[in-house]
Design a protein around this ligand. Structure first.
Ligand code: UDX
Length: 451
């Protein structure tokens, strides 16, 4: 027997992870998507995204008869009904891309509501998992125009690449609703996970998601600013972050400086909350500064590269060949959305550099990268051939295992600019490379860290 009968609408990384994980907890789950081809692929076991453990969970769920895929939200309701008992909970996991002025575009949520309005059985709980502006859960309920259906907010806190792990080992479950009964029914779906439960109203629940992601973004912008100051004052950011991270109120996580933060969530959510604040007539200066610090970080990396490659602050990068190692927004994903690596690449291109890229998660053939921006190669040694520098932009652990003597034999100038402080500097140095990190002492960087 199944615990609950659930429809999940949208099979992106949030929807598919939610569906597969809920099925693994013993629920009967039908996942729906508007994309027929995607549904066909999912039925044949092809999950199409790089997410650790997800393919296995999907095939286990399908084999156990707890998980299936259909085209359209309405079809998911029909499928459950056909099995003899109606849907009890329907999750909305559709995209909410950044729309005009930074506010989330809710067209997909609205389309699903239109589609299921008359088909939802009485008493069903609709759960909003997509990140949406504060007030959207209540607005969704208004759009639905059904007194016998409750809409609840239940934000996800899944990191790309470790979404299954995050779903099954959550720090907390947040459910927001004016109906205590509906909130408890949603919370009960996760009971087996033993996580702390925060039951609140819908607006607070929506706010929790934004407040969490914007805090993470703020922490990263703060540490990137501290790294810059370390360079100017000849301190070492690695020691500084270790020193502050032991304070339990601060914590060690999310303290690695880099070329800036990106991805499908932090940029979108920071802009959306800023917009929400604007519309509430609140000048959220701290959040504005968080975003501005990040935008400036790309330029700071370009200045660092320029100084290192030309030996001068204002030297010219025109026709300088640079090998960019790591193009995705973080390691362990093939996602290029709002990647800081591509942000830095665009500025380097503007400065006249010739760019060649290599990324362990991106193949030349499959790359969606604009080839006028850079040429993607599948081999790091070919990418480094005749280059004036290697620039590490994503923290792929694979880069630690590169053959530095071999790179030294093909590169024009043995110089590596490590914007993630990924390498043990002694490793490239043994192969006569100059190594430059972010926020490191000049003595540790061969004297060339500060732009
Ligand atoms: C994020 C949140 O972590 C997750 O809880 C939320 O629900 C979705 O958004 P994700 O977008 O997968 O997850 O990326 P995350 O791992 O948070 O990294 C975001 C960016 O910060 C990346 O560009 C990453 O490289 C950068 N980062 C992260 C750093 O520069 N330094 C760090 O110490 C950590």
């Amino acid at each position: 027997m199944f615990d609950r009968r659930i429809a999940v609408v949208g099979t992106g990384y949030v929807g598919l992870t939610t569906g597969a994980c809920l099925a693994s907890l013993g629920h009967r789950v039908v996942c729906a998507d508007v994309d027929e081809k995607k549904v066909e692929r999912l039925r044949s076991g092809e999950i199409g995204i790089q997410e650790e453990g997800l393919a296995e969970l999907v095939s286990e769920g399908v084999a156990a008869g707890r998980l299936s895929f259909v085209v359209s939200a309405a079809a998911a309701l029909v499928e459950l009904e056909r099995e003899g008992a109606p849907v009890e909970v329907m999750f909305l996991c559709v995209p909410t891309p950044m729309g005009v002025g930074g506010i989330a575009d809710l067209a997909a949520v609205e389309a699903v509501i239109e589609e299921v309005r008359d088909a939802l059985p009485a008493g069903v709980v609709v759960v909003n998992k997509s990140t949406v502006p504060v007030g959207t859960t209540d607005r969704t309920a208004e759009l639905l125009e059904r007194d016998d259906v409750v809409v609840v907010s239940n934000p996800e806190f899944l990191r790309e690449g470790s979404a299954v792990q995050d779903f099954l080992n959550p720090d907390r479950i947040v459910v927001g609703s004016s109906s205590q009964d509906a909130a408890e029914r949603v919370a009960a779906l996760y009971a087996r996970l033993g996580a702390p439960m925060v039951l609140t109203d819908a607006a607070s629940s929506e706010m929790i998601k934004y407040a969490a992601n914007c805090f993470l973004a703020m922490k990263l912008s703060y540490v990137n600013a501290i790294a810059e100051l370390c360079e100017r004052l000849d301190a070492d950011v690695v020691d500084v972050t270790e020193g502050i991270g032991y304070d339990k109120r601060i914590g060690q996580a999310f303290l690695s400086p880099g070329p800036g933060w990106g991805g499908s969530c932090l940029p979108k959510d920071t802009h959306a909350l800023l917009q929400v604040a604007d519309s509430a007539d609140f000048e959220f200066r701290l959040l504005r500064a968080t975003i501005d610090t990040n935008t400036r970080q790309y330029q700071r990396m370009v200045d660092k590269i320029r100084t290192a490659v030309t030996g001068r602050r204002k030297g010219s990068l025109t026709h300088k060949r640079l090998a960019l190692f790591g193009l995705t927004f973080k390691a362990g994903t093939d996602d290029l959305r709002d990647s800081p690596a591509l942000g830095v690449a665009a500025l380097l291109k503007q400065a006249g550099a010739n760019l060649v890229g290599y990324d362990p998660g991106i193949s030349r053939a499959a790359s969606a990268i604009d080839h006028t921006l850079l040429t993607v190669l599948d081999d790091p040694y070919l990418a480094a051939t005749d280059a004036e520098a290697i620039v590490i932009l994503t923290e792929w652990p694979e880069f630690r295992a590169l053959d530095w003597p071999r790179l030294a034999s093909v590169i024009n100038t043995p110089l590596v600019i490590d914007t993630r402080n990924l390498l043990d500097p002694d490793v490239p140095r043994r192969a006569k490379f100059a190594w430059i990190g972010v926020g490191r002492r000049a003595t540790d960087t061969g004297g060339g860290a500060s732009p």
